[in-house]
Design a protein around this ligand. Structure first.
Ligand SMILES: Nc1nc2c(ncn2[C@@H]2O[C@H](COP(=O)(O)OP(=O)(O)OP(=O)(O)O)[C@@H](O)[C@H]2O)c(=O)[nH]1
Ligand SMILES: [Mg+2]
Length: 397
């Protein structure tokens, strides 16, 4: 058997009368990347124009049937939709087209399921899957409900089955939440046990921006991959930041400076809320970090939208950009090796405070290290005490 044959899929997105086509095409391109990362071969992408959502099939049966006919002979087995669908809509689409239907959230969940390695990541993904499936069960069993006597009648065999399934899923959700609460405690204990005085910096950013590549450049460890959501588990490694000693001025100490760098799961537009909730403890590594390195792919055409998504997701998980608890942030515009000089100058104007970097060739790393070094608390500076702080003079007898 040829192992390189991948399951083929067709991608669709709805365009309403108010929607511009460009962003929808961009979103379909991102959906294609997600599909590729999940192991699919994308055969075609289609924008389906429709003024109103069809309540039963979302896209309308006419367009769906035409599409199914078009791809029938090309070996396409999956239809992946950029829109969030109800369970009953997924079922209706599958029945109408004969294709297996996945929505965006379902696709992202499948990628997370493939990637989860540790017990914690596996439990988090399963929790998100259960939360996703729970409200969808009804759709899956409607055919049995009908057998039970038609709409409006209760107690048919279908409904009983739904109740059983719901109870089983709810029980599993409680088990997983308990397990995750325990693992979160373990993580908290590990955090407490980390050496004091070593600042912990979290790498955050849109998926595939180059966070793991930067971890590798700074610490020597990490496995970058050209896939969305290649990293799910948090990895914390020690980065060497050089010495404080300046041979020209003779100032500073000779001892080496270090800090901890944590790589973690990336963000994406419309990151399923079930995943954000389930990944609470992993994302706790970001929330409790001393500072954030916000990594972005500067060569991506949607850079500005990616930055907005990252800003909003950080706020969602409790990292405020300003205020008393705000963590220092440094924007790292990575992958500038893929840009020409005028584009870099334009970026410099738009993001004057950012470091332009290339994690692969090492550009910008010194600037990042310098910024991280400033996070290390130094010895307290001597200060002149005021009168009220001084002990009372003892008068000679
Ligand atoms: N040209 C270029 N490619 C880069 C650079 N940094 C990373 N890449 C490539 O971008 C892809 C993604 O890199 P990763 O470091 O895995 O990205 P990530 O942000 O960790 O991605 P996820 O873990 O999937 O969210 C890989 O193919 C890297 O080789 C860079 O500075 N220049
Ligand atoms: Mg990564």
């Amino acid at each position: 058997m040829d192992e390189t044959v991948l399951p083929r899929c067709l991608l669709v997105a709805r365009q309403g009368p108010e929607d511009r086509e460009d962003p929808i095409q961009d979103h379909l391109l991102e959906l294609a990347e997600l599909a590729r990362s999940c192991g699919f071969e994308v055969l075609a992408r289609r924008v389906l124009r429709r003024s109103e959502i069809a309540s039963k099939t979302f896209y309308g049966s006419g367009q769906l049937e035409a599409l199914a006919g078009e791809v029938a002979r090309q070996g396409v087995r999956h239809l992946i939709c950029d829109d969030e669908l109800r369970g009953s809509q997924v079922n209706a689409i599958e029945k109408l087209t004969g294709l297996i239907c996945l929505d965006r959230t379902g696709l992202i969940l499948s990628i997370f399921e493939q990637r989860a390695q540790t017990r914690e990541a596996k439990a988090q993904v399963e929790l998100a899957r259960c939360e996703y499936e729970l409200p969808r069960l009804k759709g899956a069993w409607t055919h049995l409900e009908r057998q039970g006597g038609g709409v409006g009648l209760r107690g048919g065999p279908g409904e009983t089955q739904i109740e059983v399934d719901r109870r089983m899923i709810r029980t599993r959700i409680s088990q997983l939440k308990r397990e995750l609460a325990h693992l979160e405690q373990v993580r908290e204990t590990q955090r407490q046990g980390r050496p004091k005085g070593l600042p912990r910096v979290a790498l955050v950013g849109y998926t595939n921006a180059g966070k793991t590549s930067l971890l590798k450049a700074l610490t020597g460890e990490g496995e970058p991959r050209d896939l969305l959501f290649a990293t799910l588990d948090t990895t914390t490694r020690k980065a060497w930041l050089g010495q404080d000693f300046n041979p020209e001025t003779g100032e500073g100490g000779a001892e080496p400076k270090h800090c901890l760098v944590a790589d973690t799961v990336g963000f994406i537009r419309k990151l399923p809320h079930q995943l954000v909730a389930a990944f609470r403890s992993t994302l706790g590594e970001v929330r409790t970090a001393d500072a954030l390195l916000v990594v972005a792919d500067a060569a991506h055409p949607d850079l500005e939208e990616h930055l907005k998504v990252v800003g909003a997701t950080l706020r969602d998980i409790g990292c405020e950009p300003e205020g008393i608890d705000a963590q220092p942030r440094l924007l790292v515009l990575n992958q500038v090796d893929r840009l020409h000089r005028p584009q870099k100058l334009d970026l410099r104007k738009r993001h004057p405070g950012a470091v332009q970097a290339c994690a692969i060739q090492g550009a910008g790393l010194d600037e990042i290290r310098l910024w991280m070094r400033a996070l290390i608390p130094g010895p307290p500076k001597p200060r002149v005490l005021e009168d009220w702080e001084l002990p009372e003079p003892v008068l000679a007898p």
